[in-house]
Ligand binder design. Structure first.
Ligand SMILES: *Cc1c(COP(=O)(O)O)cnc(C)c1O
Length: 364
């Protein structure tokens, strides 16, 4: 007899493959494959991790202190914040709650892979919508809406393209959607954008019943290992997610470190400044190597090669030099590599590796 059978959709999904984190035989490596903060977490967060207290006790399942601090910092309503085990969990919860077999979701051409995976897991069909110059195309998204569309996922800025659309464009997208379609605005890289121009979308959540914004502690906050993210939701959606989530979905270390990290906005400002400086430097240096390089609004850049084969050779060669970039075949950008902005030493090593690669005629 056959064993248990998974729901339709799950076996069609490739398992997510993250950025590489180590190289066999290379002692010192610079991991520039997962957009982590090269400055690490705030010292306040590291200190909070030392004070776990009694691990036999369940954490606060309401995440009350953290939600209150997030609300105070961002001028939001704490009761509309839902915390998750990474913002990925919020995306999965939304998909589980609002999608079923026969539904469609829209995502941009080179979107974050979790949108597809979470939607397929819920039985829905992901529809990929063409971008223009690696940027979300609002008209194309609106033209792709059908009566089956239930969620539109938009990362702003997007990973891995790093492009961002304006508040006006986001508003135009929203205005073209039916009220029963959820617009998900993923702000994973929000902290890297100048706050004066960033279209956060929190105001849209407050004005409408069908917009959710997600944020993470994994990128600028430097807490990827702890798995902490959150969503700002209309009240009815917060209620649904609170019923569906595990009662203790965020662990105690994440709650403590996240709360402490929020108190250190100077660390975020320093991280943003480091990122701007070295992102520009990487673009300038790599651009001087006869390679096509694109800057982004986030904490990574894209380096392009003449073919998929050369991109793969460059990735392999950089790894031998201890620099780990992210190959983008799974994202539909097979001739490009994504390189996270690293420490000064990592950035210099990355440029040196690419320079050596080009000097060898683009072969490994
Ligand atoms: C890194 C990233 C996330 C964050 O995921 P976590 O589960 O919070 O670590 C979400 N969205 C995008 C677009 C990302 O690049």
């Amino acid at each position: 007899m056959a064993g248990p059978r998974a729901k339709d959709g799950i076996l069609d999904m490739p398992a997510y493959v993250g950025g590489r984190h180590s190289i066999e035989g290379v002692a010192e490596t610079f991991k520039m494959s997962a957009n982590e903060n090269p400055l690490g977490a705030s010292p306040l967060a590291l200190a909070a991790l030392q004070k776990l207290g009694d691990p036999s006790l369940y954490p606060d399942g309401e995440a009350l202190h953290l939600r209150t601090a997030l609300a105070d910092l961002n001028g939001l309503k704490a009761e509309q914040i839902v915390c998750g085990n990474g913002s990925d969990e919020i995306l999965h919860l939304l998909a589980q709650a609002y999608l079923q077999s026969g539904d469609e979701i829209l995502h941009t051409q080179h979107a974050f892979l979790i949108y597809k995976l979470a939607s397929r897991a819920a039985g829905a069909q992901p529809i990929e919508v063409a971008e223009t110059d690696l940027t979300a195309n609002v008209d194309a998204l609106l033209a792709a809406v059908t009566e089956k569309t239930k969620i539109v996922f938009l990362a702003n800025p997007n990973n891995p393209t790093g492009t961002m659309i304006s508040a006006e464009e986001v508003a135009r997208l929203y205005a073209g959607l039916r009220s029963d379609i959820l617009l998900l605005l993923d702000g994973a890289y929000a902290e890297y954008v100048d706050p004066a121009v960033y279209p956060a979308g929190f105001d849209m959540v407050e004005a409408h019943d069908n917009v959710v914004v997600t944020r993470t502690f994994s990128k600028a906050y430097g807490l990827a290992a702890l798995r902490l993210g959150w969503g700002y939701c209309p009240p009815a959606i917060a209620d649904v997610l609170n019923r569906l989530r595990g009662p203790f979905n965020v662990n105690q270390l994440a709650l403590q470190a996240g709360l402490a990290a929020l108190q250190d906005q100077a660390h975020i400002a320093e991280s943003r400044a480091h990122n701007h400086h070295w992102r520009d430097w990487l673009v300038q240096q790599i651009g001087g190597l006869d390679l096509y390089v694109r800057t982004t609004q986030a904490n990574f850049i894209l380096v392009s090669f003449d073919s998929q084969q050369t991109a793969a050779a460059a990735e392999a060669f950089m790894c031998t030099q201890g620099v780990i970039p992210r190959g983008l075949v799974a994202y539909g950008l097979p001739t490009s590599l994504r390189l996270s902005v690293g420490t000064e030493a990592g950035n210099r090593a990355a440029v040196a590796a690419l320079q050596a690669f080009m000097a060898r005629g683009g072969n490994d």
